[in-house]
Write a protein that binds this ligand. Sequence first.
Ligand code: SPD
Length: 277
Amino acid sequence: MIWFTEHWTEGVGLTVKASEVKRIKSKYQEILVLDTPEFGKMLILDGLVQTTERDEFIYHEMLAHPGMVMHPNPERILIIGGGDGGTVREVLKHRSVKEVHLCEIDEEVILVSEKYFPTISEKLKDPKVKIFIEDGNSFIEEKKDFYDLIIMDSSDPVGTSQVLFKREFYEKVKNSLRKNGIMVAQTESPILQEEYFSKAFSEIRKVFRNVGVYLAYIPTYPSGMWSFTIASDFVDIKDTSQNTARLKELKTKYFCDSIYACLFSLPKFIQEIIRKS
Ligand code: SPD
C-alpha cells in the first residue's frame, strides 16, 4: 500500500491510500493506475486525477448530456481528449448519434483504459466511434462546418492541454461546428483554479454569442466543485425547457430533469467571477 497525494495547491491536496496497479511512461506523460478502497481504480496523468471508477459518472454525464439535450438533433460529435472513453459512452446513449470522433493525443491512455477501466471504456469499440491519435488543436483545423457538438474532455491546462484553453483554439472549434452547433468544455474549479476558470470563460465569450456556466460536484477533483462552460452561436442554450422528453429517456445516475431545469443556477460568488471576466 502507498499513500498518493494530488497537490491541488501549495497547501491543499487529496490523499488516498492505494495499491499501485500500473505505472507507464508514455511519449507525453506518466500514467498511473491506482486501486483504492473508496474510489476503486483511479487514472492519474502526471500526478493529476483524471477519473475514478466510483465518481466518473458525475463528470462524464455532466460533460456530455446538457449539450446533447440542448442540440435539436446531435448526429456528429467530436470529443477532444477523453481517451478513457467515459464521454464516448455517454454521448452514445442518444439515439440521434450517427458518428463519434474521439481525438486523443496519447494512445497509451486509451490502451490503459481498455485494460484497467472496462466499465468506462466499454463503448470505444462501438462501430459509430472513430478514434484519431492526434493533437486536437491541429485535428480541428481540417474539419470545417462538420460537427453538431464538440466536447473538450481535456486534462488540466498544463503541458499539451494548455492550448485547449485559448481563444485561438475556440475560434477553430467554432469553425468546425455546423449551424446549431454547440461546444462544451470542462473549465476547472472556480474555487481552487479561479484564474483558469475565469480566463477560459472570457476567452470563450469572445468567440461565441451565447455562453453559460454550470457546475457539478466531483469528490476527487480539486475542491469538489467543478465547472463546465457551454457555448453556441445559434442555440439559445439558456432555454432548458426544450427537448426534455429526450432527457427522460436517458439512463443516468447524476444528470436528471431537475438538474437540467436549473442548470445555470450559480452561487453568487461565481456569478461575480463571470461578471468580472
Ligand atoms: N483535475 C481533473 C480534470 C480532469 C478533466 N478531464 C478528465 C478526463 C476524464 N474523461
